[in-house]
Write a protein that binds this ligand. Structure first.
Ligand code: F6P
Ligand code: MN
Length: 369
């Protein structure tokens, strides 16, 4: 347990807790980060309010447009995108931002040269779950503006995950929670919904500080409908989990799949587990489903700050330098012992043969008699 932030911040409001976590940071930088996270928290409180009103707030159904990657947008995708980008445009510390729902990075009209930070985000994660009234979320990451004094441009965003100054997600579930790290451990805050009905800002109260993900687990999450497209190391790992007590692991495993990454990661934060959206061979040009900058990198920082591990199979997710804003990557994260095992399977020369190779190059073909 990290004792750096004793006394614990439990019960404090967001800004006060951040001031504790950032006690060693120069005042201006600390204020910048507190204001930026505060702006994000207020936008997410508003998203929570609209999401919880469902059809009454026009949050359900398809918007009549698609995003830059040709995916149909839901009304709530559009609303969340607008609320966050408007909040960031007003924040004097933010030089620019990039969103899963926008084709290009945006430069702040007023703070593009002097802002300290770039913010990248997935405004509404798990949007296929909106009408089913299943948990959805927002994911965000704060990077330094690398060329302060000039506007960032798209190149400014091409930073590996280990450069992140802060990352977080908001889970819109039975309670609305924000899970946050400024690289000093992981905080969980609960939105006080009664504050939404007053005239003041939304109140976020710390429920937990220094979250730890157990290293061992018996729970995994993967979309098994893609099984035939997975590579061999993942085939092996999942087959061994499913074999349970009767297989080489000699213990039974449980499986979950919510189809909202935020909900899956939060379950892992709560009780451990493994989440996998691995490389698959469905569309060779897309090496995974999830986005490096908006989903994989921020979740990787959170998971690692809580003692877990996050990889693409062979490399740490936070070491990957993006080539493009919307780049996709395989994601395997969670309890450290299991992720170490999966990386080991990828490193095993007998296992690390692309499943696709077996199909396309006929390695299964029997020798002619
Ligand atoms: O944002 C992508 C996402 O919705 C994640 O939240 C989730 O983990 C995944 O896609 C679900 O994908 P699928 O529909 O293929 O199970
Ligand atoms: Mn998403």
């Amino acid at each position: 347990m990290n004792t750096l932030f004793e006394p614990a911040t439990v019960g404090m409001e967001l800004d006060q807790a951040l001031a504790c976590h950032l006690g060693d940071v120069p005042a201006q930088a600390s204020q910048g980060l507190r204001d930026t996270l505060g702006a994000m928290a207020q936008a997410c409180a508003r998203i929570s309010e609209i999401a919880s009103q469902g059809v009454l707030a026009g949050a359900h159904g398809l918007a009549e447009r698609s995003n830059s990657q040709g995916e149909a947008q839901k009304n709530l995708d559009v609303i969340a995108e607008e609320l966050i980008s408007m909040a960031l445009a007003r924040c004097r510390h933010v030089a620019g931002w990039a969103s899963e729902e926008q084709e290009q990075a945006q430069v702040s009209d007023d703070h593009g040269t002097q802002g300290r930070y770039l913010v990248v985000y997935d405004p509404l994660d798990g949007s296929s779950n909106i009408e089913a009234n299943i948990s959805i979320g927002t994911i965000f990451s704060i990077l330094p503006h690398p060329y302060r004094g000039t506007t960032p441009g798209e190149m400014g965003f091409m930073q590996p995950g280990h450069q992140q100054i802060a990352a977080g997600y908001v889970l819109y579930g039975p309670a609305t929670l924000m899970v946050l790290t400024c690289r000093r451990g992981v905080l969980v805050l609960t939105l006080d919904r009664t504050s939404l009905y007053g005239a003041g800002p939304a109140r976020w109260v710390v429920a937990q500080d220094q979250v730890r993900i157990p290293a061992a687990t018996r729970e995994f999450a993967i979309n098994t409908s893609n099984q035939r497209f997975w590579e061999k190391p993942i085939q092996r790992y999942v087959a061994e989990c499913v074999a349970g007590d009767a297989g080489p692991r000699m213990k039974d495993f449980n499986m979950r799949w919510v189809a909202s990454m935020v909900a899956e990661v939060h379950r892992i934060m709560t009780r451990g587990g493994v989440f996998m959206y691995p490389r698959d061979s469905r569309e060779p040009r897309k090496p995974g489903r999830l986005r490096l900058m908006y989903e994989a990198a921020p979740m990787a920082l959170l998971v690692e700050q809580a003692g877990g591990r996050a990889v693409n199979g062979t490399s740490e997710l936070m070491d990957l330098v993006p080539d493009t804003l919307h780049q996709r990557v395989p994601v395997i994260l969670g309890s450290r012992d299991e992720i170490d095992r999966i990386v080991g399977y990828h490193a095993d020369p007998h296992e690390n043969v692309s499943w696709q190779l077996f199909k396309t190059r006929s390695l299964f073909v029997q020798p002619q008699a």
